[in-house]
Design a protein around this ligand. Sequence first.
Ligand code: GH3
Ligand code: MG
Ligand code: MG
Length: 197
Amino acid sequence: MTQHRLVEAQKALRREASRDGLTGLWNRKAILDIFERELLRSQRGGGSVGVIMADVDHFKAVNDSRGHVAGDLVLRIIASEIAAVVRPYDSVGRYGGEEFLIVVPGCDASETWELAERIRNGVANCSVVAEGSSVNVSLSLGIAAGNSAADLEELLHAADTALYQAKNAGRNRVEPGGECALNRRPVSSAAQSKFWL
Ligand code: GH3
Ligand code: MG
Ligand code: MG
């Protein structure tokens, strides 16, 4: 019994060590491990893995106008909106302060783009109300897709570069990374979610 409890406690500790304390998403190390594992799997089994890097637009202004505590809550709301939009077999991690990394197994660049659009749309339609007035939130997203663990760094770099292109192109948009030759597809508008802080 004591041995069993010890094993359970170790499992719980391991689980906790992989999670981001604020949002409950995978932390940076865990999401990178997941990305590598999925690339290795696709290397063996065929298919490709998409990756989406997303950064909250003008988040500093939210902290400046509403305070850090409200900013934290806005981050948690955005995290749960992203988690609600993705498929059950996708993984969402907090990559940095207000930056998220989403790993989408079995998706080529075009399918990854489609999911990134759904995430963008879901977050942009979140109406967050803090102390009586609404806070507009949006994401800029960069995407890439690949099928080899050796390309992990390159894929992250491609998604990051695309993210900064999305920022430069006006924010609240998705841009493809590297050699992804994609066509924009219209995506139907998601139902509006409303949150009060
Ligand atoms: P951009 O659209 O260019 O991304 O603008 P931005 O304001 O989002 O980017 P910038 O890098 O200037 O600011 C990011 C801000 O995110 C600054 C930092 O204080 C805030 N931030 C990072 N992590 C947290 C957090 O855990 N909680 C809160 N409340 N704020 C955070
Ligand atoms: Mg930002
Ligand atoms: Mg940032």
